[in-house]
Write a protein that binds this ligand. Structure first.
Ligand SMILES: [Zn+2]
Length: 234
């Protein structure tokens, strides 16, 4: 379980023995490298959890910390410090990769707050279980049903070496429509970032629920678009 925000645990620096919170990669008192801290990815960069991030500042801080952690700088340090420079670098890289990408960042924050995301989607079913209509967003039920029949028809036609221009056009139209729906989801997500960043606890809770639902919808739509693209390109 990831640690939640505000639970700064004071630890004593191994080198100078002065206490500091366990979020930091370097002791604020003696500047010595510390073992991988126990905070979340945001705290690695000294940030409060937020969904709108200044990406230029994040990148700048990433490079600054990467340089400070570079193993070459620890070539003559104690073995502990050499190991920590590697472990801290790995942590920093994971944190940066996660936070710089908007969807990963959103999923990460929601998971940090205890949300379960995509537990029944993607990997387990391989995203290919098109017969499972229980997960279809209610407003898309009819279209998805229709789309799946057309996809089936198209695959059959391909198998028989036939072409069906009308079906092709219809599938291309469906793909465009789902692409539009996807970009609408992205816009909705972005506005929820704002709401979450600025909201109090109750507002944030509501925004979190909405974002979990939006991410589910997004995953579903991406799978559809991928299926159509694959079938059209086959
Ligand atoms: Zn220290």
């Amino acid at each position: 379980m990831l640690k939640v925000i505000d639970s700064a645990v004071p630890v004593a620096c191994w080198s100078c023995s002065i206490g500091h919170n366990d979020f930091t990669l370097f002791c604020p008192h003696c500047s010595k490298i510390q073992p991988p801290p126990g905070g979340d990815y945001f705290s690695v960069f000294g940030l409060e959890p937020r969904l709108n991030l200044d990406l230029a500042a994040l990148e700048h801080e990433f490079h600054r910390l990467s340089r400070k952690l570079h193993p070459d700088r620890f070539a003559r340090a104690q073995e502990n410090e050499r190991e920590w420079s590697l472990a801290d670098t790995a942590l920093l890289n994971d944190a940066y990769r996660t936070l710089k990408e908007p969807l990963r960042r959103t999923e990460y924050l929601l998971k940090l707050l205890g949300a379960e995301i995509g537990s029944d989607a993607g990997t387990e079913q391989g995203g290919h279980d098109k017969k499972d209509l229980s997960r279809v967003p209610a407003d898309l039920l009819e279209e998805v049903f229709e789309l799946n029949m057309q996809l089936e028809e198209m695959r059959m036609a391909r198998k028989l070496g036939e072409t069906d221009p009308e079906l092709q056009v219809s599938l291309e139209r469906a793909k465009r429509k789902f692409d539009v729906l996807l970009s609408e989801v992205d816009q909705d997500l972005r506005s929820q970032w704002q709401v979450w960043d600025e909201g109090d606890a109750a507002v944030r809770k509501t925004a979190q629920k909405l974002m979990v639902a939006l991410l589910d919808r997004r995953r579903y739509l991406s799978n559809l678009v991928r299926d159509v693209t694959e079938t059209l390109g086959a």
